[in-house]
Each structure stands twice: as C-alpha cells, then as structure tokens.
Design a protein around this ligand. Structure first.
Ligand SMILES: [Zn+2]
Length: 129
C-alpha cells in the first residue's frame, strides 16, 4: 500500500463544509464570516472572524441555512434576515471563482441578425392580429 496521496507541493489545510460535513482542501470551499455582525462571503479569503466553510454549491448553502448550520458556527451573533444578502454574495462568488479557474462558462452565441429576425417575426404576428 504505497499510494502517493500526498502532493509534493505545499499542503492545503482541510476544512469541513458546515452543510454536508465533507472535508475538502480549504481552497475548494467558500468561506463565510461575520463582519460587524453581518454574514459575508470571504471570497478572497482575506477576512478575519470565525469562518463557516461551504462547498461551492448553492445546495450546500441552502442546506446550511435550513439546518441552522450558521447558528452553530456563529451562535446568535447575526440576524437571520442577513442570510439573504449572504446568498447573493455567495452566488456572486461562485461566478467569480468559475471565471478565475478558467472553467468553461456558458456563452450562447447567437447572431444578432437571428435575434432581430425572431423579434421582427413576433412583432409582425402580433401586429397582424
Ligand atoms: Zn458541502
């Protein structure tokens, strides 16, 4: 059994997702923290405070909110309604990360003429009635 599991490079510390409890390298998780009593997404990993780590998926974010996982980490140091803005930050952070990693983003290439044509047809149809 000589599986080379350890990478030669610097070891990234592991963190546990507060929703699904999966242990992953810190960099694979999105860190949320409290800033002045407001839950924020620490997208750049620069903020202090008590961190709550999540998988970069909406599912884990929703699960964490539903399970009250944030309450476990932050106790009552935040307002539940502020989790709404956390959700938005989280989604924005997901987009940013995707972009940075160079993952294929979904781009639909549609010719302007095609769109114009379709719109024009619909318009004409409407006008005919
Ligand atoms: Zn998770």
């Amino acid at each position: 059994m000589t599986k080379k599991k350890q990478q030669k490079k610097r070891k990234t510390p592991n963190r546990t997702c507060i929703a699904c409890r999966k242990v992953k390298p810190k960099t694979d998780l999105i860190r949320c923290t409290l800033q002045d009593g407001k839950p924020v997404v620490d997208c750049e990993g620069r903020l202090g405070g008590r961190g709550a780590n999540l998988c970069p998926t909406k599912e884990c974010l929703i699960a964490a909110i539903e399970k009250g996982a944030f309450n476990r980490v932050w106790k009552t140091g935040f307002k539940e309604e502020d989790l709404e803005s956390l959700k938005r930050d989280f989604v924005a952070c997901l987009e940013k990360r995707k972009f940075r990693k160079g993952a294929k983003s979904l781009v639909y290439r549609v010719k302007a003429s095609e769109v114009e044509g379709a719109v024009g047809k619909n318009l004409t149809r409407k006008l005919d009635k």
